[in-house]
Ligand binder design. Structure first.
Ligand code: SF4
Length: 212
C-alpha cells in the first residue's frame, strides 16, 4: 500500500510516467516531417477519437510507471537531438521534470497534444491537433507552433477553419487525411488547399515508409 502511495506521488510530480514505448525514428507528420527524432509515447487518453490508430495507448494502467531519468538518458544517447513527446494524450501528466531533463541534455522538446488538458513543461515546438470530441483549453491556441487538423470527412474542413480562427497568427496550418479515409479525402483536401493556401498538407509519411 505504502509503495502504491509513493508511486502515485511520483506520478503527480511527473518523476515517473506510464511510458508506453520509446523509439528512434523519423517524424512523419506536420512541420517537422522527415526529421529524425526520439519518440516517447506516454500512455493514457480519454479523448476518444473513433479513428485513433493507437487505441492501445488509452488505458494508462497497461503501462507500468517508469522513472523519467533513464528515459531522458536513452533519448540523449540518440544522434538526433530532438525528443517528441506523444501519446495517448501526454498532457494528462505533469511534464515539467521530463522536459527540463531533456533540455538539460541539450535536446529540443517537441509536443503532440490534443489540447484537452493543461499545459505543463518547457517546449521548443508544440503541435496542437484538436479533436471534435474534447474542447481545447484556450491557452493552447496562443502557444501552438502548428495546428494540425485530421480530416475524416468534408465537415472537418469547416471545423478546421474554425480552429484556424482561434490559433495564433504565427502558427503553421496543416490538414492531414485520416489514414483509413485517405483515398476519399485527399482530393477534397487538395482542392481545399488550392483555394485556401494558408493551409499545408500533412501526410503520415512514416506509414508510407513502413517505420513507427
Ligand atoms: Fe487517439 Fe490522439 Fe485521439 Fe487520444 S487524442 S484518442 S491518442 S488520436
Amino acid at each position: 500500500m505504502a509503495v502504491r502511495i509513493k508511486t502515485d506521488d511520483l506520478m503527480s510530480e511527473g518523476l515517473v510516467l506510464p511510458v508506453m514505448e520509446e523509439f528512434y525514428s523519423i517524424q512523419g507528420e506536420g512541420f517537422h516531417a522527415g526529421k529524425a527524432a526520439y519518440f516517447i509515447r506516454i500512455g493514457g487518453c480519454d479523448v476518444g477519437c473513433h479513428w485513433c490508430d493507437v487505441k492501445e495507448s488509452w488505458e494508462p494502467a497497461a503501462f507500468p510507471p517508469q522513472e523519467i531519468y533513464p528515459v531522458i538518458e536513452r533519448a540523449a544517447a540518440c544522434p538526433a537531438k530532438t525528443a517528441v513527446i506523444t501519446g495517448g494524450e501526454p498532457c494528462i501528466w505533469h511534464l515539467e521534470p521530463l522536459t527540463a531533463g531533456l533540455r538539460k541534455m541539450k535536446l529540443k522538446t517537441h509536443l503532440e497534444t490534443s489540447g484537452a488538458y493543461s499545459l505543463s513543461g518547457e517546449w521548443d515546438w508544440i503541435c496542437l491537433s484538436p479533436k471534435k470530441t474534447f474542447s481545447v483549453r484556450s491557452e493552447w491556441y496562443d502557444v501552438a507552433h502548428e495546428l494540425k487538423v485530421i480530416i475524416h470527412n468534408r465537415h472537418d474542413l469547416e471545423w478546421a477553419e474554425l480552429q484556424a480562427e482561434k490559433v495564433n497568427s504565427a502558427a503553421y496550418l496543416f490538414l492531414q487525411p485520416e489514414w483509413s479515409k485517405r483515398e476519399e479525402t485527399m482530393p477534397m483536401i487538395v482542392s481545399f488547399i488550392l483555394k485556401n493556401p494558408k493551409w499545408n498538407v500533412s501526410l503520415q509519411t512514416h506509414k508510407y515508409l513502413g517505420i513507427p
